[in-house]
Design a protein around this ligand. Structure first.
Ligand code: PEP
Length: 250
């Protein structure tokens, strides 16, 4: 039986005062842990604050991207080792906003995934198709290409501590959620594809769903056989909503 994980993606939102309220509410409510695991992925400047406020709780934290390089003259970049210095467990890799707004190709995403693993972090690898691709019936091809680009470089061993998040681009921040059946189909496809190379690992692998998850739709989504929790954007910024989603996973 896989444990469920609910990870928040704060995106580029937050501020010291607002974060303090949010993190303290989470620590108060689920600090000792619950039936599901819980994590928040925060903007870089708030990693120290997050570490301070969540230290000693059962809530994990992480970042939203990282450099594919270990160190060097890469102005503005942040390495896996730097994230590990701040106690990060997770780092999101290949979020659709990084792919579409910052030109991250499948190859770049794969290199970042490897950098995360080498730095001792657990990458949350995001995969997802656009609306046009779904309507063109190429969802599985798109997901396969995104996934294979990473498995070819990282190998199956690279996935030992990794998490996959299926996030249909058309459902992110739009209020339009995949139906539980639509999400389940893609999750099963991902697991089966991983199982071709390593059946045991595929069985253990946590595959999260992301895309307009709310307290109202979380239970139904998390009730599907291959959905092991969620990557939560907007709703992770509201303590009450995020807590309700964590509870739905428990
Ligand atoms: C996300 O940012 O990964 C996400 C899923 O956002 P939202 O929950 O707001 O759709």
């Amino acid at each position: 039986m896989r444990r469920k994980l609910v990870a928040g993606n704060w995106k580029m939102y937050g501020g010291l005062a607002r974060n303090r309220d949010l993190l303290q509410s989470l620590a108060h409510a689920i600090g000792k842990g619950g039936k599901a695991d819980c994590a928040v992925c925060v903007p870089f400047p708030y990693l120290a604050q997050t570490q301070e406020l969540l230290k000693g709780t059962a809530i994990a934290w992480g970042a939203q991207t990282l450099s594919e390089h270990a160190q060097g003259a890469y102005t503005g970049e942040t390495s896996a080792a730097m994230l590990a210095d701040f106690g990060c467990r997770y780092v999101i890799v290949g979020h659709s906003e990084r792919r579409s707004l910052y030109g991250e190709s499948n190859e770049t995403v794969a290199a970042k995934f490897v950098a995360a693993v080498q730095g001792g972090l657990a990458p949350i690898l995001c995969l997802g198709e656009t609306l046009e691709q779904r309507e063109g019936n190429v969802t599985e091809q798109v997901i396969a290409a995104q996934l294979d680009a990473v498995t070819q470089v990282a190998g199956m061993n690279g996935f030992a501590s990794a998490v996959i998040a299926y996030e249909p681009v058309w459902a992110i921040g739009t209020g339009r959620t995949a139906t539980p059946q639509q999400a389940q189909e893609v999750h099963a496809f991902i697991r089966q594809r991983m199982a071709k190379s390593d059946a045991a690992l595929a069985q253990r692998l946590q595959i999260l769903y992301g895309g307009s998850v709310k307290p109202q739709n979380a239970s139904e989504l998390f009730g599907m056989a291959d959905i092991d929790g969620g990557l939560i954007g907007g709703a992770s910024l509201v303590a009450q909503d995020f807590l309700a989603i964590c509870q739905a996973a428990g």
